[in-house]
Design a protein around this ligand. Structure first.
Ligand SMILES: C[S@@+](CC[C@H](N)C(=O)[O-])C[C@H]1O[C@@H](n2cnc3c(N)ncnc32)[C@H](O)[C@@H]1O
Length: 468
């Protein structure tokens, strides 16, 4: 049997009988796939000719892996074969791998071949040739060709080219530390603003907060706010989340908990109306500049759902089925930036990163089983467990966590539990009282939560501006 060391040794032998046999196109597909996928680095001496017959294998994955392995050799002598392969290959993954292999050769002879794929029908093939051609970007003809793609209908191609222009500058920025990133204004820390969130947001400076986790009013399903129309409701949320985007620090997260709601029917002669809030708000959020990151599904036990099955349970007639809803959406977004999440992490000192690590068991899937919570005052609280996961996964110790629709202050006491600060807005005095009660309990070793009116908040922020 061949050991790992002997395979490494075989790789160096141009006439290796082992590889001749192991890579013969007549070998069974499973063996070929496993070997091609696990060849690892190849020395320049490796006999790349062994891959050529595999470029016509019936299995597209084998063809793709053969092209990929040829690419590792970065040898100009394979240019023609790769070019012919790409020209005849219908499988887009294999075609992309061929373009990648051609790009890796870094030969000027590859330029005309790569140029041909700038008009490929598959965006990922185009992107691969763009990336390969960028190596030669100082050449005027390459610049002209890439310029012509700046308005390409595919968003990833457009974004890639746009970020390439800023590339040098942004690479410099990517390594630079922003000392303000981990900080936030003291005037906003552990504050409950007792006011309409629309007014509060106007006072908050740009890039002040690190994370937002919120559950907005569920349209007109409960009566703490009544909106004229669904459109008016969506417009209201859009305006709030646009401002939230402005006050969020670069590359930081926004997590929104909503679910479709039912507005009950007006009489038995009418049907109830269902509004798909998560789906309707999503395109508005991405338009604002929130980049979609994850869709987490919060699932509750069956008993937590309102029973909508009564009629169907009896009559069992098609079309009358209504599912009991045991889930809510927890949609995760990031303030769009060309900086990587690593950049955000690097803004913190090692001790903070260490102290903020999420230890122990954690949910690895996007299906979160969490029991719902109830409160004796507020009719629609989210469970602390849900907020605890969000706060731990998407913020660091000492960060400022914002909830524009603070309710009973769940985000507040969870933030304190995990040594973050909070900023909440709530317009109803009753819920503010409740939040204060709950926060007083959580805060007894810390400072008092400050319930501030708009005017008080404004003067606190003005004082800060004077001291800057
Ligand atoms: C779904 S509840 C949030 C509950 C909260 N997550 C909790 O755990 O207690 C939404 C809250 O937003 C508040 N609200 C609605 N419109 C508001 C506005 N324009 N300004 C401030 N608060 C508002 C409501 O009074 C309600 O308490």
């Amino acid at each position: 049997m061949l050991t790992k060391a002997s395979i490494e040794h075989e790789k160096l032998r141009v006439d290796s009988p082992f590889f001749k046999d192991a890579l013969a196109p007549t070998r069974d597909e499973a063996t070929l796939l496993s070997l091609l996928d696990n060849l690892g680095k190849l020395p320049a001496e490796f006999n790349g000719e062994l891959f050529i017959p595999l470029l016509t294998h019936a299995n597209p994955k084998i063809r793709m892996l053969a092209a990929k392995n040829i690419g590792k050799l970065k040898d100009e002598k394979f240019l023609t074969k790769l070019s012919q392969f790409a020209a005849n290959e219908n499988n887009t993954f294999a075609r992309r791998e061929a373009i990648s292999a051609i790009g890796r050769i870094r030969s000027e002879k590859a330029i005309p071949i790569l140029m041909r794929y700038l008009t490929d029908k598959d965006p990922k093939v185009i992107l691969q040739s763009v990336r390969a051609l960028l190596y030669f970007k100082e050449k005027p003809e390459i610049q002209t060709a890439l310029d012509s793609l700046r308005e390409h209908p595919n968003e990833i191609i457009r974004e890639h080219l746009a970020s390439e222009i800023k590339d040098k500058k942004s690479r410099r920025q990517n390594t630079r530390k922003d000392p303000h990133h981990p900080t936030s204004p003291d005037a906003l820390k552990n504050v409950i603003a007792h006011a309409d969130v629309q007014e509060v947001l106007k006072l908050i400076p740009d890039e002040s907060i690190h994370l937002t986790f919120t559950s907005p009013p569920y349209y007109n399903a409960r009566d703490y706010t009544i909106y004229q129309s669904y459109e008016a409701y969506l417009n209201f949320l859009t305006a709030i989340f646009k401002e939230t985007h402005r006050i969020t620090k670069e590359g930081r997260f926004f997590v929104l908990n909503t679910s479709p709601v039912i507005v009950p029917r007006i009489s038995r002669a009418h049907s109830s109306k269902r509004y798909a809030i998560p789906y309707d708000i999503h395109p508005r959020l991405t338009d604002i500049g929130w980049e979609f990151i994850d869709d987490i599904v919060w699932t509750k036990p069956d008993y937590a759902a309102k029973n909508r099955n009564g009629g169907f349970f009896q009559h069992r007639k098609p079309l009358g089925y209504k599912a009991n809803s045991v889930t809510e959406s927890v949609m995760v977004y990031r303030k769009k930036t060309n900086k990587l999440i690593d950049w955000n992490i690097r803004q913190y000192d090692e001790e903070i990163i260490e102290a903020s690590r999420v230890i122990g068991e954690y949910e690895k899937t996007n299906l979160w089983h969490i029991n719902p919570a109830t409160d004796k005052v507020h009719p629609a609280v989210f469970p602390p467990e849900l907020a605890a996961r969000i706060v731990q996964f998407y913020s660091f110790k000492g960060d400022l966590v914002f909830d524009p629709f603070g309710g009973s202050g769940t985000v507040g006491h969870v933030a304190l539990t995990y040594e973050r600060y909070f900023l909440l807005c709530e317009k109803e005095a009753e819920y503010i009282e409740r939040a204060k009660q709950l926060l007083d309990i959580a805060l007894f070793t810390h400072a008092e939560p400050r319930v501030l009116s708009l005017i008080e908040l404004k003067s606190g922020l003005a004082e800060r501006n004077q001291n800057l």
